[in-house]
Design a protein around this ligand. Sequence first.
Ligand code: PLP
Length: 461
Amino acid sequence: DPKDIWQKDKDHFVHPWTHFDSFKKDGSLVMGRAEGAYVYDLSGKRYLDGIGGLWCVNIGYGRREIAEAISAQALRMAFYNPFVDTTNVPAAELAAKLASLAPGDLNKVFFTCGGSTANDTAVRIAHYYHAKRGKKSKKQIISRIDAYHGSTYLTGSITGRPADRSPYLHFVDDLVHHVSSPNFYRAHEVLPNGVGKGMTEEQFCDYLIEELEAKILEVGPDNIAVFFAEPVMGAGGVIVPPKGYHKRSLEVCHRHDILYVSDEVVTAFGRLGHFFASEAVFGIVPDMIVTAKGLTSGYQPLGAVIFSDRVYEAMSAEDPDGWFTNGYTYSGHPVACAAGLANIALMEREDLNGHVQKMGPYLEQQLNTLLELPIVGNVRGHKFMMCVENVMDKTTREHFPDAVNIGKRISDHCEKLGLIVRPLGALNVISPPLTLSKEEVDELVSLLRQGIEATMADLKA
Ligand code: PLP
């Protein structure tokens, strides 16, 4: 009984990222099943899933071979503890596979329960690495405003989205420092004192690199362990940084003996057309890549930190105190790792990266046609990681007042029309399954256009 499920959910399930007022008022839309790029609610209504679950269902829904790999492993051996000197077949196989896909000498893999625990672990690896080399003072963390890195106590603090700073929570502010977001469309706002106004993209990039180095010198290079960056910022507004930004940031970090973590929780496993985007799209080999989501296409919870031989060698240098006292019961969970292996095998067999390289530009091109609508100020992103930004005035880029809730209104209209797109402030995010056909791309863009038009009609009324 759909109504009964809705009520149980409302009465007992405390959802992640809940706004209590609206949840108490409206409850939730209960999804019941999914196939390909479509999800169905309990009434049987069909929606094109324009957000791939939550930037994660990369291979689409209902893929039998993933379900079979999960079931076979659950029957063979659902679990055995992965601590110290026991392991399991899928974890060993998946670690080796990830090492073969990751760039450079990133050959060591630490498995976690998802992206937050992977970023948390990346900090501990960085701390351990520096301390083992006699540099225990190197413990501070640099991140960017608008970044999203997770929801544990520490990763919630590394996150730099102002909207995520609930006044009812605490943050580890004595450990984390934030530099500006590389959001060129909003350069006039993201840089202090409006200095970004009128800058070219090159000047904007120069500013960001100088700011990063100035921050390092202010905090003291001997105090800083690690820098975090998403190749393309996701929840912070689908921000593709200016050309050369990652290369130059990495160079600054390495000059000051700071480890560079590329948070590829969203950008990996085909979303940008490659297994990993750091080197293939942005030309860098970071010290660590953090990933989750598309690693299993969301069929099982799993995250990983893939890090360099160089870091591992320093960490594991002979020492009677050399315990890396970090790990989770479910690190290297055999069923989750079996899902990861089957997911990668499917992506390789169907050449999903090749599909994204062809269909991604088509999605970008079709979304760009929305710029003819009076409130669409910017369409941005890369391949299957896109967004539209809605504005009051396209010339001045003036924001809609918060009370208009423009992104949510558009998403609500789209939902009625049978399309899920995620609202993020004034943005609507598009991160669909990578399997989308040309017809499905056309359907997505057409429904989004109708949703924006319906919202514009509301605003006029
Ligand atoms: N890092 C990035 C870039 C993310 O987008 C997310 C989640 O959206 C996370 C980390 C956290 O991952 P998880 O929700 O699996 O803990």
